[in-house]
Design a protein around this ligand. Structure first.
Ligand code: ADP
Ligand code: ZN
Length: 757
């Protein structure tokens, strides 16, 4: 017997074996190769999770299979795959490609990218159950034997044969109009085979279908039709192409997206529409649900079961359009034909935890992998996107006018340095006060923007000058009136607001600096007859509260809506006749090269909330620097003027889009050791830069604007280069052998293309 087998060492030396490449979410991240044992051959595909032994102790760990190949390594040197954890891949080959690109570009472990790509509810099988499915066994195909069965059993077998798919006992009983008893008999007698499968059993109101009978489809305006025709050409070309839809607020961009998606759906394909999380309002959902049979809306307040349910529907190919925030870019549509990013400039498209990806860049890469068009829409395109239109990487399509010939709202700048403009030390200037009063008299509605929540943004002792600050973050605490709390806006540390100075005990501590709570108090005092609502992350904590406030505002029950940037985005209320910007400079003086761009975007977007009906609209912008180019351009609705001036600045300092930036953040509990580790990283970076002869500027380590967060000291290293490849490679080589210092609890994070500096 033994002689018929080749000796084992020959086998190891000569034959290759099928191997799976596996990556992990935890260190060591892989990829490592594992042998696929004979009994699992053919059962393992890329995109599945596998259980494999890892490390010296051969811990059994779950990892993601990214490839199956014939390994040239001797079979003996490989460990065996223990078992597959999924019946079918959770990720198709094109999405695996996207994962590997993200892992490389953002320098994040591929296992962690998979975890970001596949929702937790899907990975955990939320809402699923093991179920037994029945199929006919060979005996059931023998007519003679079946004929000999009692009539109920006979009927059950015939129904199962007719169904031609596996059924549960309960399903079969319903079909055959019998109890489950005859089915149990059939299993005993060997007429049925049983197999156990995990299935989604959640039912209920997981997704709603709207009555679409009264939906009115507007006729496209001429500019809209021209834009659509350019997009249609791109869709028909069947190639990757990036189209930038630059349309002023209220120019009807959404209608253009809808028509483009209709064309895609007619071709039997599907689309993804990404919108900023905050604009995922019922209004946005309905605009798509009104026009397509099957829309999956993905939002952050979904339960794990809901998410899993939609993910399955999307993967099965039945969904036509996915509308969602950032992570919807990973929706597993099998026949993707178009990707749309609305408000593509929005900061919420960047994820601020690993993998720190930007949905715009990921969308671009996915559109390349799928070979489909990508539309980037905005009234205030990011300079990255704008620049791409001038280098031939993207095609510019413009909508320069609002729908129905509505004029852009008139913007009046109020110079807060002029003493007479500020009345009684409040936040609302005389011109704004008058405008609000007039608007209310005309039954119009008002939106007031103040991009700071809380009541007072500093709590300071006028006697000794002490500012009450967060012990964890070293940032001034903000006084919140409800509950009399002093809150840290970076880590949520809270204490009761001290009634006297904690240092010198002076009785008469002062609250200064303006937040939305104080504005609300002032507005209510000045306009006692108006109904006012405040919208910021303090009042919008509960799920659905955002939608409820918007609904009451739409109904006309509320006259004044005030809040942070939440109210600046995407809202379409025709009766808003006045927008007031309380302090346009609030974002202007941050140490960030995008400060001017942010200010321009914020003011332009909030101004765009008015004049959307037939009654016109106007905007009052309060500022200490009315001459600032960003504020000037925003007040004239002049994107071009802004973009050209700003591009000169970026060029001068080689900031994006005229160069690449990356950042490494080092965190640790002890200032000295953390800084020392940061110094080590800089040394390594300099070495690898010189070795690669890459032109990379390395700045730091320096304490960032928030130098201490949640009790940890932070240091930043900034890197700048003309191209992202040499920048990425310099970092990759420098940190390849670097490990977080476990004993001192020091960590480092790589942030490629950071958006807040
Ligand atoms: P944007 O996204 O460019 O700010 P919207 O798509 O929100 O603009 O359109 C502004 C308003 O104009 C919406 O109320 C929309 O229903 C309406 N609208 C869009 N296209 C047309 C059209 N062709 N005819 C009439 N109304 C339209
Ligand atoms: Zn804090």
């Amino acid at each position: 017997l033994f002689d018929t087998q080749p000796p084992p060492w020959e086998l190891a030396a000569e034959s290759d074996c099928e191997a799976a490449a596996v990556v992990f979410s935890e260190a060591p991240f892989g990829p490592f190769h594992y042998k696929i044992p004979t009994e699992l051959l053919g059962l393992i595909e890329p995109g599945m999770r596998l259980r494999v032994p890892l490390g010296k102790g051969n811990r059994s760990v779950q990892g993601w299979c990214v490839g199956v190949e014939t390994s040239s390594l001797p079979a003996r040197s490989l460990k065996d795959v223990l078992e597959p954890c999924d019946e079918s891949p959770l990720c198709d080959p094109r999405l695996i490609k996207l994962v590997l690109w993200m892992s490389h570009y953002y320098q994040a472990p591929a296992g962690q990218v998979f975890d970001a790509l596949i929702p937790a509810g899907v990975r955990a099988g939320a809402g699923t159950r093991q179920q037994v499915f029945l199929t006919p066994s060979p005996r059931a195909l023998d007519d003679e034997q079946v004929d000999a069965l009692p009539s109920k059993q006979k009927s059950a077998v015939r129904h199962l044969l007719a169904a031609a798919k596996p059924l549960t006992a309960a399903q079969l009983a319903t079909l055959a109009e019998c109890t489950e008893a005859p089915i149990r008999q059939l299993r005993k007698k060997g007429f049925l085979s049983a197999e156990t499968r995990r299935v989604l059993t959640a039912t209920g109101p997981l997704h709603s279908v709207r009555d679409r009978s009264a939906v009115q489809i507007p006729e496209l305006t001429e500019p809209q039709a021209a834009a659509l025709s350019q997009i249609s050409t791109a869709i028909e070309s069947g190639k990757q192409q990036t189209l930038v839809l630059h349309g002023v607020t209220g120019s009807g961009k959404t209608e253009v997206y809808i028509r483009a998606i209709e064309a895609v759906v007619r071709m039997g394909k599907q689309a993804i529409v990404l919108v900023p999380e905050i604009s995922l309002t019922p209004q946005t959902r309905h605009r798509f649900q009104d026009r397509f049979d099957d829309v999956a809306v993905l939002h952050s307040q979904m339960s794990a079961v809901e998410r899993h349910y939609h993910w399955q529907r999307i993967r099965s190919g039945q969904v036509q359009v996915v509308v969602g925030a950032r992570s919807a870019i990973f929706a597993p549509l099998p026949r993707l034909g178009l990707i749309v990013l609305d408000e593509e400039h929005d900061a919420s498209f960047k994820q601020d935890s690993v993998p720190r990806y930007h949905a715009r860049r990921v969308a671009y890469v996915r559109s390349q992998i799928e070979n489909i068009p990508l539309i980037l829409g905005s009234a205030t395109p990011s300079l990255e996107t704008w620049h791409a239109t001038s280098t031939g990487h993207a095609t510019l399509i413009q909508l320069n006018q609002r729908i129905a010939g509505r004029p852009m709202p008139h913007v009046q700048l109020v110079d807060l340095r002029t003493p007479g403009e500020r009345s009684g030390g409040g936040a609302i200037s005389r011109p704004l006060q008058n405008a609000v009063r007039e608007t209310l008299k005309e039954d119009g509605q008002v939106i007031l923007l103040l991009n700071r929540r809380g009541f007072a943004t500093t709590i300071q002792c006028p006697s000794c000058g002490h500012v009450v600050a967060c012990p964890e973050c070293d940032m001034p605490l903000t006084h919140h009136r409800d509950g009399g709390k002093a809150v840290c806006h970076y880590c949520d540390y809270q204490i009761p607001t001290p009634p006297w100075c904690p240092i010198c005990k002076f009785d008469g501590i002062r609250y200064s600096g303006l937040g939305t709570q104080r504005l609300e108090v002032e507005v209510k005092a000045r306009f006692p007859d108006a109904k006012v609502a405040r919208m910021d992350s303090d009042t919008m904590r509960r799920p659905g509260s955002h939608e409820r406030v918007l609904e009451t505002f739409r109904s006309g029950e509320l006259q004044i809506l005030l809040g942070t940037q939440m109210i600046a985005k995407g809202l379409d209320f025709p009766n808003v006749l006045l927008v007031g910007v309380i302090n346009a400079d609030s974002a202007l003086h941050f140490p960030d090269f995008r400060a001017a761009e942010r200010t321009f975007q914020l003011v332009t977007q909030v101004a765009g909330r008015t004049g959307r009906g037939n009654r016109g609209g106007r905007v009052i912008v309060q500022t200490f620097t009315p001459e600032h180019p960003a504020i000037q351009a925003a007040s004239q609705h002049d994107y071009l003027q802004f973009a050209e001036k700003e591009m000169l600045q970026r060029r001068k300092y080689a900031y994006p889009p005229l160069g690449s930036v990356a950042r490494i953040i080092i965190r640790g509990p002890v200032e000295e050791t953390t800084e020392a580790f940061a110094d080590t990283i800089v040394e390594r970076l300099e070495l690898s830069r010189d070795k690669l002869s890459a032109e990379v500027r390395i700045l730091g380590p320096a304490p960032p604007p928030i130098a201490k967060l949640r009790g940890k000291y932070r240091f930043h290293i900034l890197l700048q280069a003309a191209d992202s490849t040499s920048l990425g490679e310099t970092i990759r080589q420098a940190v390849a052998t670097l490990k977080p210092v476990a004993k001192d609890d020091i960590q480092f994070v790589i942030d490629i293309d950071p958006i807040d500096m």
